[in-house]
Design a protein around this ligand. Structure first.
Ligand code: ATP
Ligand code: MG
Length: 413
């Protein structure tokens, strides 16, 4: 991709934003705010979102879940059937010209449960797991943390259907493993898992996946050694002195909740009369689980975790591009020729490359922009590098001069 052509460039403004993620994502040209809790993802932001959502897709398909796409406009009657039309305070409500009332999807139990009822009725159809990755709407009272808390945001939600609690538990454990892989692949190595009851929608047992960072809204007591964590109020009640799992020290800190999984028991299958007939011909309610990951929130959490004074430092697997090619004094014929040559070569090798092809721009400005955008490898071509290139990692200070062949080999590793 040519940087001169990209829609949404870096901004030099010094404006103060409420949240760090909003500030650097805006300045680097990844997002644009439309209103409180409402954002447009610009091309660079969309690249990152697609990468994250594809990682999630791979891991969900890997545990046998099937992707669908459910609507965002929910007829009121479905939400009345679960008694949530009046009780879910974040539910946005709207009306058609003819006076029909709808909710704007904050979650999808009201759609997925009646859907499954149309197709499933015997034990041999179970277990079943369905997911989708779409927009959610929530009337959040205080959307002030940039893309961490939107009124409109993206989420992957998975729903599972089982003949009994044991089968749900088996699948639930597989989801925990898949979630840890997803966060690891997104560059988030340390995830603290709470075992708390709560969430907006249910009081049943659940697990929350948290990323430790000052920018977080959640107060956690967590283990310095393993993944154990608890919400602070719950720990105070329990009065743990050391980690109940591994006996290491407990620490206190802020975190961002990036995922949340629930055992729904038969709450929704009762509401929609979703039953199956077991081996003995007996009718039973299907047991359900639900599993969310906020994909736009994940972008925010990654940016809050990986940044420095100069800008973003994208983890490799989710960076919008792998390399950022910069030609210094691109006006010079030799340099220009080499840059376009290398750009084509790398593209043909299948390497995702952003080429700052702007002419008559100071070297310092290009380098500052590259740091702000945060692509993992920076490659400089100038008079000084002759027929070689200077390569530097975004998170390191030292650079080295290597040949194009060496560069291709390194990038393909
Ligand atoms: P929170 O406690 O942060 O309000 P929640 O517990 O209500 O979130 P869930 O209903 O479990 O969230 O949603 C699943 C995931 O969706 C969350 O773990 C989070 O990553 C994401 N999410 C929830 N609300 C928002 C929001 N307003 N903006 C962006 N992402 C969100
Ligand atoms: Mg929650």
């Amino acid at each position: 991709m040519l940087y001169s052509k990209i829609f949404g460039k870096t901004k030099k403004e010094v404006k103060k934003y409420e949240a760090k993620n909003q500030e650097i994502l805006t300045k680097a040209g990844f997002i644009d705010q439309v209103g409180a809790g409402i954002y447009t993802l610009l091309p660079l932001g969309k690249y990152v979102l697609v990468k994250i959502e594809n990682i999630i897709r791979e891991e969900m398909n890997g545990i046998g879940a099937q992707e669908i796409e459910m609507p965002l406009l929910h007829p009121k009657a479905l939400w009345e059937q679960t008694q949530r039309w009046q009780t879910v305070d974040v539910l946005f409500k709207t009306k058609s010209q003819t006076g029909q009332e709808y909710g704007l999807a904050p979650t999808h139990e009201e759609i997925v449960t009646p859907l499954v009822k149309k197709y499933i009725n015997s034990a041999k159809d179970l277990p079943l797991s369905l997911y989708h990755i779409t927009t959610k709407f929530r009337d959040e009272p205080r959307p002030k943390s940039g893309i961490l808390r939107g009124r409109e945001f993206r989420m992957k939600d998975l729903y599972s259907f089982h003949k009994d609690k044991e089968d749900l538990n088996r699948f639930y454990q597989k989801v925990i493993e898949a979630y840890l892989k997803i966060f690891q692949r997104c560059g988030l190595k340390e995830v603290k898992i709470t075992e708390a009851s709560g969430g907006s929608f249910t009081k049943k047992f659940s697990h929350e996946f948290n990323i430790l960072t000052k920018a977080g809204e959640v107060d956690l007591i967590y283990c310095s050694n393993c993944s154990f964590a608890q919400n602070e109020e719950i720990t105070t009640k329990n009065q743990y002195k050391t980690c109940p799992k591994c006996k290491n020290f407990l620490k206190k800190g802020k975190a961002i909740e990036v995922g949340n999984i629930f055992d729904l028991e038969d709450r929704f299958s009762r509401a929609f009369d979703l039953k199956f007939t077991d081996e003995n011909g007996q009718e039973k309610y299907i047991i359900m689980g639900c599993y969310g990951i906020g994909t736009t929130r994940l972008i925010g959490a990654i940016v809050e975790t990986y940044n420095d004074k100069k800008g973003i430092i994208w983890p490799k697997e989710i960076a919008p591009f792998k390399v950022h090619l910069i030609g210094l004094n691109l006006e010079e014929e030799k340099v220009k020729e080499r840059c376009y040559n290398y750009y084509e070569r790398l593209k043909n090798e299948g390497i995702e490359i952003l080429f700052d092809d702007r002419e008559k721009i100071f070297a310092g400005e290009k380098l500052t922009d590259a740091d702000l955008v945060g692509i993992p490898y920076r490659i400089i071509v100038s008079k000084k590098t002759a027929d070689k290139v200077e390569i530097k990692k975004r998170d390191e200070n030292k650079s080295k001069i290597i040949s194009l062949d060496e560069l291709i080999k390194l990038l393909k590793e």
